[in-house]
Design a protein around this ligand. Structure first.
Ligand code: SF4
Length: 328
């Protein structure tokens, strides 16, 4: 299998536009899904048209768990590489397809396994007693070096399971780690990684939006830096955001600081409200260019051709132990 792609800054190119009719593509996908005995899983950061045709749409934790419950022999994972890799690790017997093998993640790329291993050796040589916790946005090789794997949906709960006598080395997202330090009171050694999408929300534009819509509530993902979190009414992962807005029966305005496709899911599940994307410093909204590599045409092609496929790698065995300890 080709190794996980190297996709650091600058932004990856947008996907090539297909001139195929989306309705025809959806029809072809439906036929192929039956013929290939496949289940389609889609992350909330995929375009709405992909979330709509998926058998399950969800956040990383939902999808990792859903992947263990599918009855079909094939899973098509509409998300990025580390997510499809996680689905394969949890389902060694299933065929896992990723529509575009180059759908990477700048956050996962910011923590290469050999560098993490070096840091762990250095800390041990200093006599530090620690456990390593990785956000799920990391490669299998990194997960294999870790004691715990967290998502934004279960991170606080897992951090509280780390015995007090250990320090916590948290990788790769410094902002999520910073938020978890505040939320749990546990001091952490933070890896200096960040998500290119959540890093670039403009606090100036957020404050302008708040002045324009003074009654609006701001909901932010914990991957956002502290200057965005401190102006937010609610901080939580995508599933927690859905639960939060559901509590409001009367229509409200929400300023949303996470990947912009999440607005499709919010609108879909809770259409009584109005949602406004918090802009980034360089664009009107924040869409993940890696997630955008998956298109309807590529979903069709991967079902038709049975590739690209995620195949078992040596690091998967150790990564599986950490995932099972953390999620089940
Ligand atoms: S939104 Fe950020 S963390 Fe999520 S896949 Fe894209 S680059 Fe990675």
């Amino acid at each position: 299998m080709p190794s996980a792609p190297s996709l650091g800054l600058p932004l990856a190119s947008p996907p090539a536009l297909s001139d195929e009719d989306p309705l025809d593509l959806c029809h072809e996908i439906d036929e192929l899904r039956k013929k290939q005995d496949a289940t389609i899983l889609a992350h909330y950061y995929q375009e709405g048209e992909i979330q709509e045709l998926a058998d399950v749409a969800g956040d990383s934790l939902d999808l990792a768990r859903a992947a263990t419950r599918v009855s079909t022999s094939t899973i098509v994972f509409c998300g990025v590489h580390f997510m499809a890799e996680t689905a394969k690790i949890l389902n060694p017997q299933k065929r896992v397809l990723l529509p575009d093998l180059l759908a990477g993640c700048s956050l996962a790329e910011s923590c290469p396994a050999p560098k993490l291993a070096e840091m762990q050796v250095r800390l041990r040589a200093e006599g530090r007693k620690f456990q390593t916790v990785t956000y799920i946005n990391s490669s299998a090789a990194v997960k294999a070096l870790c004691d715990w794997v967290v998502t934004s949906g279960n991170a606080e709960q897992i951090i509280r399971r780390v015995p007090d006598e250990f320090e916590i080395l948290f990788v790769p997202d410094q902002h999520l780690g910073g938020y978890l330090q505040e939320a749990t009171g546990r001091k952490m050694i933070l890896w200096p990684g960040s998500c290119m999408v959540h890093e670039v929300f403009s606090v100036g534009d957020l404050l302008k939006l708040k002045r324009k819509l003074p009654q609006a509530l701001t909901i932010a993902h914990p991957e956002c830096p502290a200057n965005i979190r401190e102006h937010s009414d609610f901080i939580g992962g995508t599933q927690a955001m859905l639960r939060y807005v559901e509590k409001f029966a009367e229509p409200r305005d929400f300023l949303v600081a996470t990947e912009a496709n999440m607005l499709w899911q919010l609108q879909h599940k809770h259409p009584q409200h109005r949602y406004h994307p918090v802009p980034g410093v360089t664009c009107a909204c924040n869409k993940c260019p890696h997630m955008a590599k998956n298109t309807l045409a590529k979903v069709r092609d991967c079902l038709r051709d049975g590739r690209p496929e995620i195949t078992w790698q040596p690091s998967f065995d150790k990564a599986r132990e950490a995932l099972l300890r953390s999620f089940f």
